[in-house]
Design a protein around this ligand. Structure first.
Ligand code: R1P
Ligand code: MN
Ligand code: MN
Length: 404
């Protein structure tokens, strides 16, 4: 019986969305701009033989992107390939994942849009009081690494956690793993999650770090995301209701607030995430869904605007793909997609409103183009069909129609 393996390449947009102008993102193209920068740099063109076979450059071309010369003569894909635009408002991780799993967010999350003094004073006062803190630092829009350089030493000296946000619907708290304490930070995030109820904020994110002012600060793999639960049952719930196992690897369980997750495997770094996915594949039974989020594309490279780091991470991911492809059973369906863009050549440090790839491979499935799809939900609908589930309430199945 069928199984599905869904890999989210977090932030791998393939060209601006039709409504990108409203987000200040007209012209953004995460994949295209990385490919173009590599082609013009001493390091040389992007080498992605396996993602090319699965149709990533073809999907990029379909989305309207300028095809880099290195991909121009690529052979036809062996998979199904298409591009998807997000129907929900926003360009953040939870809405992108939920829509891909069949739930289109109809009420946009709240955002703290003031660049300075971003949070309501009464919210911060309540947090300080509830957690008996000496105060907080930050209270602004920031890049999470830049703010450590700026406020890390003061945090250590005062014991005040650093709170910050971005264009996304997030309340982020950074604190030193030893000086402040990891468990104390996680407890503080849970308190913040509860206090943020009136503000409809998508995620509270714990950002633990280590190091010292003299030697520099580094964020650790102990990041945790405390998301709002999806507003309706998703594909994950449908898989479980039908008796299938849902194995969530990496951030997936956090993003779905554990709803519909049978087993969660936390791992840090793309190699560990890939290994955990391979392990899950050997263990998963009939009807299972394995879902993995590869977060470093976004967190380590996209937000940091590290073009060549992103390129190298793509090449590394590509090099590991054959291990996964070799282990696929005849009735397994492998999906590759993304949740939004984060163009490392774009101004600022925020996500970009982009189309994302929909690549689907199964040993027995004849390759074809899937066209431009108008919702990420088409991915989930296709998985539901593949696993023999009832149709989800959103999305057009890409397995049964030639194009959207
Ligand atoms: O700059 P860092 O801390 O990585 O934060 C980024 O990560 C958050 C989640 O993607 C975004 O909202 C953005 O602010
Ligand atoms: Mn994301
Ligand atoms: Mn991000």
């Amino acid at each position: 019986m069928a199984r599905a393996i869904w890999l989210v390449l977090d932030s791998l947009g393939i060209g601006h969305a039709p409504d990108a102008d409203a987000y200040g993102d007209a012209g953004a193209d995460t994949f295209g701009h990385i490919a173009a920068a590599c082609a013009a740099a001493p390091r040389g063109p992007l080498q992605l033989p396996n993602l090319t076979r699965l149709g990533l450059p073809a999907a990029h071309a379909l989305a309207g992107g300028q095809v880099a010369a290195v991909f121009a003569a690529a052979p036809a894909p062996v998979a199904l390939w298409g591009c998807m635009a997000e129907q929900a408002c926003g360009k953040d991780t939870p809405s992108g994942h939920w829509e891909s799993a069949g739930v289109v967010l109809d009420r946009p999350f709240g955002v703290f849009d003031a660049p300075q003094n971003s949070f309501p004073p009464e919210l911060l006062a309540a947090l300080v009081d509830a957690a008996q803190l000496p105060g907080v630092l930050g209270n602004c829009h920031a890049s999470g690494t830049e703010i450590l350089d700026r406020l890390g030493a003061e945090h250590i000296a005062t014991g005040k956690p650093i709170v910050y946000t971005s264009a996304d619907s997030v309340f982020q708290i950074a604190a030193h793993e030893q000086g402040f304490g990891l468990q104390r930070l996680l407890t503080l995030c849970e308190l913040a999650r509860a206090l943020l109820a009136p503000y409809n904020i998508g995620r509270v994110i714990a950002r633990p770090f280590i190091g010292a002012a003299a030697t520099g600060f580094q964020r650790t793999g102990n990041r945790r995301d405390y998301a709002l639960p999806p507003p309706a049952p998703t594909l994950l719930d449908a898989v479980r209701a039908a008796g299938g196992e849902v194995i969530a690897v990496g951030k997936i369980s956090d993003i779905f607030a554990a709803q519909g997750v049978g087993r969660s495997v936390h791992a840090s770094g793309h190699d560990a995430l890939f290994d955990a996915t391979l392990d899950a594949l050997t263990q998963a039974g009939d009807g299972a869904l394995i879902a993995t989020n590869f977060v470093d594309f976004d967190s380590v490279y996209g937000h940091r605007r590290d073009v060549f780091g992103y390129a190298a991470a793509l090449e590394h991911f590509d090099a590991r793909l054959p291990q996964l492809l070799e282990h696929l059973r005849a009735d397994d369906l492998l999906l590759l997609s993304a949740d939004h863009g984060c163009d490392p050549t774009w101004p600022g440090s925020d996500h970009t409103r982009e189309q994302v790839p929909l690549l689907a491979y199964s040993p027995g499935l004849a390759p074809r183009a899937l066209g431009k799809r108008s919702s990420f939900a088409d991915l989930g609908q296709g998985i539901a069909t593949h696993l023999g589930l009832s149709a989800l309430s959103a999305g057009r199945c890409f397995l049964t129609s030639q194009a959207a």
